[in-house]
Write a protein that binds this ligand. Sequence first.
Ligand SMILES: C[S@@+](CC[C@H](N)C(=O)[O-])C[C@H]1O[C@@H](n2cnc3c(N)ncnc32)[C@H](O)[C@@H]1O
Length: 309
Amino acid sequence: MGDAYHIPVLLHDAVDMLVTTRGGVYVDGTLGGGGHAEAICEKIFPEGLVLGIDADEDAQREAKKKLARFAPRVKFVHDNTVFLRSILHSHDIDGIQGLLLDLGVSSFQLDEHGKGFTFRADAPLDMRMDRRQTRDARAIVNEYDEHSLADIFFTYGEEKMSRRIARAIASQRSEAPIETTSQLVAIVERCVGGKFVTKSLARIFQALRIEVNDELGRLETMLRDGVEMLVPGGRIVVIAYHSLEDRIVKNYFAEQAATMTPSGVKFLPDTPRVPVLRLVTKKPLIASEDEQMTNPRSRSAKMRVAEKV
Ligand SMILES: C[S@@+](CC[C@H](N)C(=O)[O-])C[C@H]1O[C@@H](n2cnc3c(N)ncnc32)[C@H](O)[C@@H]1O
């Protein structure tokens, strides 16, 4: 499969900004095919240690092949990075030098039709990164009430037709369960006219994927616990692919880098505080024109970097 698995986005910028010393432990919390992890290993080998975490066992398998030459300086963990603290604890690690989060799904997951992440191919409604998880897209589409579905489409997909699409789903499933991506595509196509349909499909599938994998809730925990586990001078690098994710990262970094805590009362002065983070990137880094041309996935990427004070 090689590089066809996934082309890493902002590879050199991400790794150059993440790695500040050859020693210590670096965590790739979204290992994927191991593209970023390989570049981290190349920079620190044979001194440091890389911990590669991914919720998807296929990604783990692929990364293991790619990183075999760096064994035993790489450890693979098949788990969700939301459990970072306990994962580190079980490896007797009490502080990390760097954490990389290259969010979302890989090209391989999107293209692997059996997983149901894409509206471009027929597959069971699944969308789980981790197949051990019980909740899948089928359960959400068939079991959530109409209002909750509409809220998910609106909040996580920013889809304007959310109510109409949720109503159509509720009506269709009252006859028979909705089992496949093509059935869902047909419903969305009936609700949204002509040239707008592709964008709506992308938004509905994104919203379902976020809900299935609780991507935004988990992101908040990963940021909080990741920053807590960084040693002073350690760095966190996050690459986000849509505005909802990027907003969470931006706000969290800004809050942790703030030198004042708002009093919350208009006429009272704010209180000084010692910041936890220093912003390494004031504005998010985006991919160069060349990268955007050769790797369309990089077009929506925004990378933010912060350093533990
Ligand atoms: C964009 S890809 C990462 C690609 C990787 N940087 C590379 O160079 O190949 C995201 C990967 O992170 C995994 N992932 C996303 N969120 C996760 C989480 N909270 N915990 C564990 N893995 C996660 C997905 O399964 C996917 O394999």
